[in-house]
Unconditional design. Structure first.
Length: 437
């Protein structure tokens, strides 16, 4: 459609030129700002490395610049190979391919959905309990807006209303770059110290999301053995790692003291979206701590973002401590620098393709883009893909699926509704099993 009229094409070319100029100007402006900041800081003996410390007030501007640089590089890489018009045309063609594959997959699935027998009623009840804890970190106003609260109340009262937990140890309702809002509470009914980390709700949270370059992370293959050769070194989302490291330092002593005073209590870490990514890495950090290893610790990531490399995602150690829950085509669970690079490269190639055949488009859409593979990150641990639960390998979420629901399904209310559906199906299945015994 774009090529059938000279006016739309000229308009697209104008937008393309304007966008490129805006990216170029942004790069120059941010470069000048940071160079001037470095110069001023140097006069006071503050090094560039100190500026980059997450505790430094300049972390917001640094994160902003780095986010802009990542987006600029992605856009430039795509535009080096094609035009915006070709990118748009290619995205439409990829969408058609994904819709065709989705219909084929749906046709092969059972209706109503069947669930892996490994999902027990107890496990689903933990999902529901944990999600209410994760939701509570949003605060009373957001919960009211989403329809989860019957009336206006304070943030602390909202935690009790949502979870039944009455004793909170730490409440932090404002966020900063690399420091998302969170709370720590004591659930005596389940004998558990809970740490809930909020998802993206402020600009500073978004900056943490966008510091999406890879950072080094050391884990282990399995904690069933203590051999030093069992170490696994890999890559993780830098913004999530900085956040998890900061929260670990802030919360560790409170959590340890509480566990010492409540013998037999376990640790539960959870979050949705950004909170899920930070919860994943915080759990992996604490699971290696000798003190926490003596207790039971578990993390659940709802709407789990891409947090770790494939070498770390599926190790027995990661699977032991992390559960990730992904709904349908949730784009957040497939979003990384690598998957975006791959999508844009394929879109440009498809936009330039002469054939109108969906089969030809599918062949191009399923090609491996080598330069993107090493940039990909994934959800981690035991990944449950709803609504047609398959316990999926994390690497299954290697591409962004374009669909009408890819953004909507990430919303907390959609996850809440789906978990309740799973709970109902599992309960009905268990009832049928009892009847047939």
């Amino acid at each position: 459609a774009l090529g059938q009229s000279s006016l739309p094409m000229k308009f697209v070319e104008y937008i393309e030129a304007t966008t490129m100029q805006a990216f170029h100007s942004s790069e120059i402006i941010w470069g000048c700002i940071l160079r001037q900041a470095d110069s001023l800081l140097g006069q006071y003996g503050i090094s560039h490395e100190e500026l980059l410390k997450i505790s430094h007030p300049g972390s917001a501007s640094t994160a902003m610049y780095r986010s802009a640089a990542v987006l600029t590089n992605l856009f430039r890489k795509a535009m080096h190979k094609g035009t915006i018009a070709e990118l748009i045309r290619g995205l439409k063609r990829i969408s058609a391919v994904h819709e065709m594959e989705r219909l084929e997959l749906d046709g092969s699935r059972e209706s109503p959905p069947t669930f892996d027998v490994s999902i027990t009623s107890r496990e689903v009840s933990v999902w529901e309990w944990g999600f209410n804890i994760a939701l509570s970190a949003c605060g009373a106003n957001a919960l009211n807006f989403m329809g989860f609260l019957p009336r206006s109340m304070s943030d602390g009262e909202a935690i009790t209303e949502m979870t039944g937990i009455e004793e909170t140890l730490i409440e932090s309702w404002s966020s900063d770059v690399y420091r998302p809002a969170h709370f720590v509470a004591l659930d005596h009914a389940r004998k558990c110290v809970v740490v809930s980390i909020r998802g993206t709700m402020e600009l500073r949270d978004l900056l943490t999301d966008l510091v999406c370059e890879q950072a080094d992370f050391s884990s282990i293959y399995s904690d069933d053995v203590t051999d030093s050769e069992d170490a696994v070194n890999g890559k993780v989302h830098e913004g999530f790692l900085k956040s998890a490291s900061l929260l670990s330092e802030e919360l560790k002593e409170t959590v340890k003291t509480t566990l010492e005073n409540n013998w037999g209590y376990s640790i539960f870490v959870c979050g949705h979206s950004l909170g899920a990514g930070v919860a994943t890495l915080l759990t992996l950090i604490w699971a290696r701590d000798p003190f926490f290893k003596q207790r039971s610790i578990r993390g659940i990531a709802y709407g789990a973002p891409c947090s770790v490399c494939p070498e770390l995602a599926s190790t027995p150690f990661t699977r032991k401590y992390i559960t990730s829950i992904v709904l349908d085509d949730d784009f957040v669970s497939r979003l990384s620098v690598g998957s975006v690079t791959e999508l844009w490269m394929k879109a440009i190639n498809l936009g330039q393709a002469k054939s109108d055949s969906v089969e030809d488009h599918q062949e191009i859409a399923n090609e491996i883009v080598e330069e993107a593979e090493n940039l990909k990150l994934y959800p981690s641990g035991n990944v449950y893909h709803l609504p047609h639960n398959s316990t999926r390998d994390p690497v299954s979420f290697s591409r962004i699926n374009i669909s009408r629901s890819m953004f909507l399904v990430h919303m907390p209310n959609r996850y809440h509704a789906e978990i309740l559906k799973v709970k109902k199906v599992v309960q009905e299945r268990n009832s049928q099993n009892i009847l047939w015994k």
